[in-house]
Design a protein around this ligand. Structure first.
Ligand SMILES: [Cu+2]
Length: 127
């Protein structure tokens, strides 16, 4: 019987941290975006096979890359189009390939396919 308590606890702590960030960030973001998003879309299952539209564009710094969950945490600058203040939050990516050339600390410019999903991301500089 193998015991791997320590990595497991580490992982849980990380999950909590991510959730805390999400809880702090999403109400603000979703409040700001809710009326147009609802009017525009009507449903949101967080699944978009081929996002074509650009909801908004922004800039930020890569804080965390989760290849398993295809998720990216950015500290993004304010996005006036969406009335978003600057904050650190996790995003899904439309295509896992978008994560391939990213590193923590990279300065990036990104397009949002929706308020949770990055459709395009470009590295602008290294930290
Ligand atoms: Cu945000």
């Amino acid at each position: 019987m193998k015991r791997q308590a320590s990595p497991e606890i580490r992982r849980n702590a990380k999950a909590h941290l991510t959730r805390a960030v999400t809880v702090l960030c999403l109400p603000v973001c979703l409040l700001a975006i809710a009326p147009p998003a609802l009017a525009h879309d009507g449903h949101d299952h967080g699944h978009h096979a081929a996002p074509q539209t650009v909801l908004a564009s922004g800039q930020g710094v890569v804080e965390k890359i989760d290849l398993d969950k295809q998720r990216l945490t950015l500290s993004h600058d304010p996005i006036p189009t969406l009335n978003w203040p600057g904050m650190t939050m996790p995003f899904n990516v439309a295509d896992p390939a978008l994560l391939k050339n990213l590193k923590v600390g990279d300065k990036v410019a990104f397009d949002l396919a929706d308020e949770r999903t990055i459709g395009q991301i470009r590295v602008q500089g290294k930290n």
